[in-house]
Design a protein around this ligand. Structure first.
Ligand code: ASP
Ligand code: MG
Length: 436
């Protein structure tokens, strides 16, 4: 059994849903995970915001506009009278559910229920289309088996048991359709895996059922060696190890949700990134093989703030770093990069919500400098410590770019460099020239 995930653009119109049939209908066993139609989750977020603000008029307008869009889609999606009627009923029931929230108390629970409607709609719409053209498929409700625990982590034991039980209800069936992103929480309420979470759904299901392969279908031909929106002449990377892919996903390669690597990595299930517009392209495979010593890709993450902490007391002292880190921990602020000298430590964060409070506490025992609008440029590959020459290649390429921080040695797969965001493009272009 394989798991195939298709994102919002792959189900973004009647035309795309028609095209999707060819990619899933080949008589091999598979679970197809779908996102909401592109734009829908954003619209649902807006509806939720209007309801929080008690602007019921605005919420109703947004709901009407969205419903109109879905009515147009089903008019093009279905050819038969009976499928069209089913589609109409489906839309009527989901949108009257949405409207019911304009009359009642609105809390975070109602909001999550609203956010779940996009995936519930797209999967049912696609399922009805398969039905009308005579392709046998089963609509599996993700809310029957996807669950997160008190820490908002996937409850893998529960998911394994329940996904397996759910599939066992349909012996002999080969094509299953289910919702990405949505799940239940430890109270059994409707919840979700955070924005972009459908990739995560796919790898969680893949791991839970010990799938042969997990495929993430998007509209680019795999993970590229550099950001194609910024740099010309990038190319897809044929193979990445799980560690390399995790570094790239975290540091800005938009194609994959950062947390989604882990479930696949734990069960060693290969993840293939493929392109719906170009299904024959090889794409990128992510697996446990660490191939060769090489620099594979570059990615960049904006919105970084650097904090430089300096104290004479740090000299030959112990416990200093702990007192610094404790403050970040108390404010639940993750630290990305760290570099230290004998008397100072520089670190970076991307969440600045509690920065003022953190700086105030740090200033009680050291001097603090804060720098914002920075970018982490991360170079990913397999850098074994015994091999020489990587650093030279990287810094030779970057010789014209002022560098604010350097971090190497944290993992064998990443060299991170902090630059002013204004210089990001120059840095990425220079690295593309010098490294690939
Ligand atoms: N529909 C959700 C979102 O837009 C989940 C996803 O697309 O992965 O965030
Ligand atoms: Mg997505």
């Amino acid at each position: 059994m394989r798991v195939l995930k298709f994102g919002g653009t792959s189900v973004g119109s009647a035309e795309r849903m028609h095209a999707l049939v060819n990619l899933v209908n080949d008589n091999t066993p598979k679970i197809v995970v779908l996102s909401a139609m592109s734009g829908t989750t954003n619209n649902l977020v807006e509806i939720g915001a209007a309801l929080y603000a008690k602007d019921h008029e605005k919420a109703r307008q947004l709901i009407d506009t969205l419903e109109e869009k879905y009515k147009q889609v089903i008019a093009q999606l279905y050819k038969t009278e009976s499928a069209l009627n089913k589609g109409k009923e489906l839309i009527a029931s989901h949108f009257s559910h949405l409207r019911s929230f304009t009359m009642d108390l609105f809390t975070v629970n109602e909001e999550r229920t609203i956010l779940a409607q996009g995936e519930l709609l797209s999967t049912a719409m696609f399922h009805y289309h398969l039905e009308e053209i005579g392709v046998d498929s089963v609509l599996l409700p993700a809310l029957n088996f996807m669950r997160i625990d008190e820490n908002e982590e996937p409850d893998m034991k529960y998911i394994e048991a329940n996904a397996t039980a759910e599939l066992a209800k349909y012996p002999g069936k080969k094509l299953f359709i289910t919702q990405g992103y949505i799940c239940r929480n430890s109270f059994g309420e409707i919840d979700n895996l955070k924005r972009g979470g459908s990739d995560y759904t796919a790898t969680i299901i893949g791991a839970a059922i010990r799938s042969d392969e997990i495929q993430i279908w998007t509209d680019i031909d795999g993970m590229h060696n550099n950001d194609p929106r910024i740099v010309d002449k990038t190319h897809p990377i044929a193979q990445l190890s799980f560690d390399e892919a995790a570094e790239l996903a975290y540091f800005g390669a938009k194609i994959l949700h950062p947390t989604c690597i882990l479930p696949a990595q734990m069960k060693k299930i290969p993840v293939r990134l493929l392109n719906t517009m170009q299904p024959e392209a090889k794409g990128t495979v992510i697996n446990s093989t660490a191939t060769g010593d090489s620099i594979k890709a570059v990615a960049a993450k904006d919105g970084i703030t650097a904090i430089k902490v300096k104290s004479g007391r740090m000299l030959l002292a112990y416990g200093f770093l702990r007192s610094v880190f404790e403050i970040f921990e108390r404010y639940k602020t993750p630290i990305d990069m760290i570099t230290t000298s004998e008397v100072a430590v520089s670190l970076t964060v991307d969440n600045t919500k509690n920065l003022d409070a953190i700086v105030k506490e740090l200033k009680e025992f050291c001097s603090v400098e804060v720098d914002s609008d920075l970018t982490i440029v991360c170079i990913v590959g397999n850098f074994t410590a015994e091999k020489e020459g990587y650093a030279l290649k990287i810094f030779e390429a970057l010789k014209q770019i002022p560098i604010r921080m350097i971090s190497y040695g944290g993992s064998e797969h990443n060299v991170s460099i902090l630059v002013d965001t204004k210089l990001k493009k120059d840095a990425l272009v220079a690295l593309n020239k010098g490294l690939f």
